[in-house]
Ligand binder design. Structure first.
Ligand code: ES4
Ligand code: ZN
Length: 319
């Protein structure tokens, strides 16, 4: 088989995709029309995390009703299932909506019902990870966590995303300790080449005790932390096409070095229409610019199922 067909045919797990970041332009225009909103269709350009986020958040204003969130998640699940994704753990950002007056319940119910319906119709398995916006206040994070508790059975874990500059993991130590006490799994973004990245990675691993790191390839700067993630079996969720746009290059060399050292690297899509592709395009891109072997492409998927937050009985179905 061609390499693309091989990649498309592998059973895959995706662990790093932002539902709000899967909003394609045609759906955005449809939702705008449905909600009686005028939106700009101007080309957006971004070259770093801050300029990306400045384009990203305003696009979400078209998400208003429970049906809008349902349609967004369902469209992503159709796309992912079509690419051979069998299990997906999807981030969502409630504060990006509650801060605009949209009720938490509309967001989570729309997303949850899409997962249930897509599971029945397409056989794809999905779970939600609620992300805290790190450039909002600790008080807002704590209130969002409390509000999530009545939907705890629909949320597998808590993550941390948005603008990293000046917003280290330590800012949310108390909120994440409470999340752990409530039974949530923990992960945090440590985006590529951010200021103080290696210190943020250290805090996430040693002070917060996360089970995964999203991005996190700057860990190569500290061999002791590389050994720590190997010893603990901690997963790093890489997103090559995202890295190519918001940092300097796809970081394929770093990713391969870590994978070959025994770190549980996974490859994911982050915000697919913004960065130019879903998980298959990310893997094809990686294969095109590196010497990754087919066995290693399979290893990336084995890693993803292993470091996923599937219940053990479900994991056995996939592995
Ligand atoms: C994100 Cl690339 C990236 N980094 C941090 N937060 C995000 N939210 C959506 N995409
Ligand atoms: Zn991300």
């Amino acid at each position: 088989a061609s390499l693309t067909a091989f990649i498309a045919g592998m059973p895959k797990a995706e662990l790093h995709v932002h539902l709000e970041g899967t909003l394609e332009s045609p759906l955005r225009l449809e939702l705008a029309a449905r909600n009686g909103m005028e939106v700009s269709v101007a080309e957006q350009s971004y070259t770093d995390l801050t300029s990306f986020l400045a384009a990203y958040y305003p696009n979400m204003d078209v998400l208003q009703t429970q049906s809008d969130f349902y349609d967004l998640a369902y469209a992503y699940l159709v796309k992912a299932a079509g690419q051979g994704v069998r299990h997906t753990e999807m981030f969502f950002d409630p504060q990006a909506h509650t801060s605009r007056g949209i009720p938490f319940v509309s967001v989570i119910t729309g997303y949850h019902e899409a997962i249930v319906d897509a599971g029945r119709a397409l056989g794809i398995h999905g779970q939600l990870i609620m992300c805290i916006l790190r450039d909002h206040s600790v008080e807002s994070a704590a209130a969002t966590l409390e509000e999530s508790l009545r939907y705890k059975h629909w949320i597998v874990g808590i993550g941390l995303d948005s603008d990293e500059r000046g917003n280290p993991p330590s800012k949310f130590a108390v909120v994440f300790a409470r999340a752990r006490d409530e039974g949530y799994r923990l992960t945090m973004h440590c985006d590529v080449d951010q200021e103080n990245s290696i210190e943020h990675i250290r805090q996430a691993l040693e002070d917060i005790g996360v089970e995964r790191i999203d991005h996190g390839t700057n860990i190569l700067e500290d061999p002791r932390l590389v050994q720590l993630v190997i010893d603990r079996g901690i997963g790093l969720t890489s997103c090559p096409l995202s890295n190519a746009i918001v940092s300097e290059g796809s970081k394929s060399g770093e990713l391969l070095t870590l994978l070959r050292a025994g770190v549980k690297i996974t490859v994911n899509s982050d915000d697919p229409p913004y960065f130019g592709g879903y998980v298959v395009e990310n893997l094809v891109h990686l294969a095109g610019i590196s010497d990754i072997t087919r066995d290693e492409l399979v290893l990336l998927q084995r890693n993803a199922f292993e470091v996923s937050w599937l219940a053990e009985a479900d994991r056995r179905v996939f592995l």
